[in-house]
Write a protein that binds this ligand. Sequence first.
Ligand code: KIV
Ligand code: ZN
Length: 539
Amino acid sequence: MNKQTETDRIIIFDTTLRDGEQCPGATLNVDEKLIIARQLARLGVDVIEAGFAIASSGDFEAVQKIAQNVGTEDGPIVCSLARAIKKDIEAAAEALKPAARARIHTFISTSDIHLEYQLKKTRAEVLAIAEEMVAYAKSFMEDVEFSPMDAVRSEPGYLYQVLERAIAAGATTINIPDTVGYTTPEEFGALIRGIKENVPNIDKAIISVHGHNDLGLAVANFLEAVKNGARQLECTINGIGERAGNAALEELVMALHVRRNYFNPYLGRPADSEEALTNIDTQQIYKTSRLVSNLTGMLVQPNKAIVGANAFSHESGIHQDGVLKHKLTYEIMDAQSIGLTNNQIVLGKHSGRNAFRTRLKELGFELSETELNKAFVKFKELADKKKEITDWDLEAIANDEIQHTPELFRLEFVQVTCGNNARPTATVVLRTPNGEELTDAAIGTGPVDAVYRAINRVVNLPNQLIEFSVQSVTAGIDAIGEVTIRLRHNEQVYSGHAANTDIIVASAQAYVNALNRLYTAKHKEKASVNSSELTLPKV
Ligand code: KIV
Ligand code: ZN
């Protein structure tokens, strides 16, 4: 095997900020992308796909900022997606310039159905484009990844040919996407094996896999691909992404960790080797999951493997009895291995700023001085209401603080009257983007409805509320409530998140946060009417 591409471990390529961000409502602004990228670096991913530089000026800026701030010498490789088109590749190369280690990921479809109906090109034409554009990307940097889109539904003989030519033109990673989430584990494993056996220069490139979860098989497909020679996995935190999402990073990593003795021989290691199969610091998994969920507004289902609220709780009496006697009777992994703390009571009313800062640091939050000041005020307010502050409370406060929703409309005041013999009525005071303070009131079917109606009267951005959820951060009557909402406006979905011990205040704040995102998007829309060349359909 070629030395440069030799690997006896699994490369984790995170595409949360590119493919993950493509799910409706998960749109992140540049600052939020940077926060997630920093956390992905702490998590230990090898490659961050930071965006699709040509897609919009926001995407370009995000790739550039991540390249600048996270793409350090000892940081992850920073990557940008680019269609097999010169101007895409040029934009990717330009945005990636500040990164110490950069990668262009270029792609073109190879399945007949895509060629005939979408690209309207022949196989020979696509073959030539793939070769030419990989070479073009190579003229900017050494590290080039090539994806034959819809590889799973492409004719294998043709796929081998395209891959051979892409590698000959300089691709160092060839990525095999299951774009439509169609394949099954055995079939996907055979495809990877077929590529290893039939692409003559395959030893000069890493085989990567990328897949969507339409049939709920993405993770299983990837694990079979590993057994057959794939060494890079493209995945997202919490499995977010287009339609049913992408393969979930935390599931792949923990499967490779918990079952390392099973997978070791496929990577040429002794079965009993305890050496990690990935570079991921598994203790950062839970925190990364929470951060991505809070910033994207994409909730994690309670029964989700690894990071769901119920993933480590036992309801059945028999299970509880077993776990109390010996943990391993019903647990295959330790909650602490993914960074779930014991929810210990850590701080209280009398805790000072230093103790607060130190504990946040221990939990992995690096807040700026301004963020810390604001978070400390919230902590003190909370400590007045709640005797014991746990790690989970602190995490909710910190996550709330690092949200970078632009504060265009600011909630200054909210008051509600409700009860079994009252008509729910809300009064709100909002500061508008031009500094005016406006007050309005409304009656609703319930307190939240009344608050949202009152806010609508001030903000006046018609929308449809499509999701509203309240979750308690800890147990207990005085717990913080986290509200996540999603609303729709002109076919676009916007999310908002907020935490407070008063769930009406959290509901109002979450709604204002979502409206601020909508407002920002509308203003951007206006600004880019004349630059429609840059606005691409997402892949
Ligand atoms: O799903 C897909 O095919 C993709 C490619 C751009 C890799 O996201
Ligand atoms: Zn994809």
